[in-house]
Design a protein around this ligand. Structure first.
Ligand code: G3H
Ligand code: 13P
Ligand code: ZN
Length: 353
């Protein structure tokens, strides 16, 4: 079966200059949509589950969905990743349920609302990395707090974002501190803050360098060229999906996401993992609304979920193609967790120069 670690996958992406979208999943339909898109484009995939997704579906269900998908699509390497782990227990229980990678988000305290001190972040992330590496699993850390450079706030609809007003110093990752953080924690990938935030309401206008600081990524990459960078809040919130929702009874106010061309620019500067949840939610909800409006007598849920999955699959395929992920699945020979743990123990997987 092709269950792969984040580290192995991102090493391959770095060697071959591509990025990998990390799509959030909560249920079977999302998993199937992503894997169908991956299969059609021959792309390796990252499926990620938030704490909320684990509470919604249950660890046993989520882990069995991933095993089932890997049996259905044996040619596709699948990484199962914990998104925004808030403490050691969340990360360790994920690994216990077969996740091959975890994010320890120490940019916020365990409540995932209070911005944490640098010392706290280093200490908890290093601890999780040490434990995860014992069993060969990968760790993503985060330095800098996600939030809008326009408002100084984390996304309002995401009840796990930072509370209160954030300064530009908090909202933009410092390249020198990034080097120190990677050295001290031994993370496999580093999520950075550059003005993106979770949810649909990222920017009040098409973003320019004032509100989406891509040059910060370029500076970080120059400092730590070997470190795999992660962009959170990377949904593009496409106009066609806003229209699909609003033309069918939705009431989303006009908003702007991260343009795909900016992500392509990031991929040229070391961005290897691109987190996308909102776009998939919008694809699904848009089709639900369309069917509900066009066929008010319909009551078979499959008549809703099938077009919703097809809409999501179309979006995933586009991202696999635009990020250069397509065509790479066949070139990856999966390394086991056991072999990865030996490489960590031998000190072969350091990410700094
Ligand atoms: O990290 C943000 C993702 O969009 C997950 O959202 O916590 O509602 O599952 P969620
Ligand atoms: P979006 O809300 O932009 O899809 O970001 C998702 C994310 O960063 C999950 O960790
Ligand atoms: Zn995120």
């Amino acid at each position: 079966m092709g269950i792969i670690t984040l580290r192995q996958l991102l090493d391959h992406a770095a060697e071959n200059d591509y990025g990998v979208p990390a799509f959030n999943i909560n249920n079977m339909e999302q998993g199937l949509a992503i894997l169908k898109a991956a299969y059609e484009t021959d792309s390796p995939v990252i499926l990620q589950a938030s704490k909320g997704a684990r509470a919604y579906a249950g660890d046993i269900m989520l882990s069995h969905i991933v095993i089932a998908l890997s049996k259905m699509y044996p040619s596709i390497p699948i990484c199962m990743h914990q998104d925004h782990g808030n403490n050691e227990a969340t990360c360790m229980t994920a690994i216990g349920h077969g996740f091959t990678s975890v994010m320890m988000d120490g940019s916020l305290e365990s409540d995932q609302k209070t911005p944490a001190s640098y010392e706290y972040n280093v200490s908890i992330t290093a601890k999780v990395a040490e434990m995860a590496h014992w069993v060969g699993a990968s760790v993503e850390g985060e330095l800098g707090v996600l939030g809008s450079l326009e408002t100084g706030e984390a996304a309002k609809e995401d009840d796990s974002g930072a509370e209160g007003k954030l300064s530009h110093d908090q909202l933009l990752t410092d390249p020198d501190q990034a080097l120190d953080f990677v050295k001290k924690t031994d993370v496999d990938a580093l999520a950075i803050a550059c003005g993106t935030s979770h949810g649909a309401y990222k920017f009040s206008r098409k973003p320019d360098g004032e509100i989406l600081a891509m040059e910060v990524i370029e500076k970080i990459h120059k400092k730590i060229p070997k470190t795999h960078l992660v962009m959170h809040g990377s949904s593009s919130v496409p106009q066609y999906l806003q229209d699909l929702i609003n033309e069918n009874g939705g009431q989303m106010t006009q908003t702007y996401g991260v343009p795909v061309e900016e992500i392509e620019r990031g991929i040229k500067s070391g961005v290897r993992k691109i987190n996308i949840d909102t776009d998939c939610r919008m694809a699904i909800t848009g089709q639900f609304r369309k069917i509900a409006k066009e066929k008010p007598a319909e009551f078979d849920p499959r008549k809703f979920t099938a077009p919703a999955s097809a809409e999501m699959e179309k979006l995933c395929k586009d991202r696999f193609e635009r990020f250069g992920t397509a065509g790479n699945a066949q070139n990856i020979k999966v390394i086991t967790l056991d072999e990865m743990s030996k490489s960590y123990a031998a000190g072969e997987l350091k990410q700094f120069n």
